[in-house]
Design a protein around this ligand. Structure first.
Ligand SMILES: [Fe+2]
Ligand SMILES: [Fe+2]
Length: 292
């Protein structure tokens, strides 16, 4: 494809994104909870009361907090207890990622099952949180969780707002050994990475999260937050490599080998030993999710 046609496509897609009238707004519950958390002397009961009105969100918070990769030492069985054990900030991160995924939820189709997407997001979020700590970046664990949970949110936009192109892309992608990104670029000029980052920016999500969404397939291209983006990319790749809760849209996902250096591995084989060491925890998470 000539450069002219490609930049034309990018312009058209971006203009289309700008023109989407019914683009969802940042879920209200995020603002409400932020408001509550700003109040002095806020208690776990206040927060539980506000979040607890939504049973769906409450159930999801508990299921994530109890999943093996999340790393809690004990079972949390009520929202209030979860707030006490995890603290306000962590509950806020859980709430943010759950409500954003929900807000972008769409009708299922043959190639996109929300449940598959959700389970994959959950393992990437909790896995990335765990891996940040293990690799010596505990300060990134919180952002790695939210970034991992939201990394593929652009796919939800692709299906919701570019359905015709989505079907065109699927048609070429389904029997191919190339990644979905290649076909997204051919058809739209941009990929689900830029789409997700577009919405994240519109919602004023922190810059490092926008960056993670924008570069999660190719962390070497990230201009900043390279470590965070690399952790999310590696965890996403691990799902594919280990065959645990993979996402259809990640078929043929390639490892960006820049993560070896960025994350401080001595060699490629050391990285793969690290991945193998996680196999059991990933499989346990898959098993746990299946019981939900
Ligand atoms: Fe992706
Ligand atoms: Fe993914």
């Amino acid at each position: 494809m000539s450069i002219g046609t490609m930049s034309e496509k990018i312009k058209i897609t971006e203009a289309k994104l700008d023109g989407i009238k019914n683009l969802p707004s940042l879920p209200k519950v995020i603002m409400e909870v932020a408001e509550i958390l700003r109040k002095p002397n806020v208690t776990a009961v206040d927060l539980a009361e506000s979040i607890g009105r939504d049973q769906g969100i409450t159930t999801k918070i508990l299921s994530i907090a109890n999943s093996p990769l999340y790393g809690l030492q004990r079972q949390v069985s009520s929202l209030e207890f979860a707030i006490v054990v995890l603290g306000f900030n962590e509950i806020n991160q859980l709430l943010t990622s759950i409500s954003i995924s929900n807000a972008l939820r769409q009708k299922p189709n043959e190639y996109f099952k929300f449940e598959e997407f959700w389970n994959h997001s959950l393992v990437v979020g909790t896995g990335a949180k765990n891996i940040s700590r293990e690799l010596g970046f505990p300060e990134l664990a919180a952002d790695a969780f939210v970034g991992g949970m939201l990394h593929d949110m652009g796919v939800q936009l692709l299906i919701n707002y570019f359905n015709k192109q989505f079907l065109e892309i699927v048609d070429k992608y389904k029997d191919s050994d190339q990644s979905s990104l290649e076909f997204e670029k051919q058809t739209l000029g941009i990929t689900h990475q830029e789409m997700g980052a577009y919405l994240a920016r519109k919602w004023n999500l922190p810059a490092n999260l926008c960056n993670s969404i924008n570069n999660h397939h190719l962390p070497s291209q990230a201009e900043s937050d390279k470590i965070l983006v690399s952790i999310i990319h590696l965890t996403d790749y691990m799902c594919e490599y280990l065959g645990v809760l993979p996402f259809y849209w990640d078929k043929n996902l390639q490892l960006d080998k820049s993560v070896i250096e960025t994350l401080g591995f001595a060699s490629e084989s050391q990285l793969f030993d690290f991945i193998e060491n996680y196999r059991e925890q990933f499989e346990d998470t898959e098993e746990y999710i299946e019981t939900l």
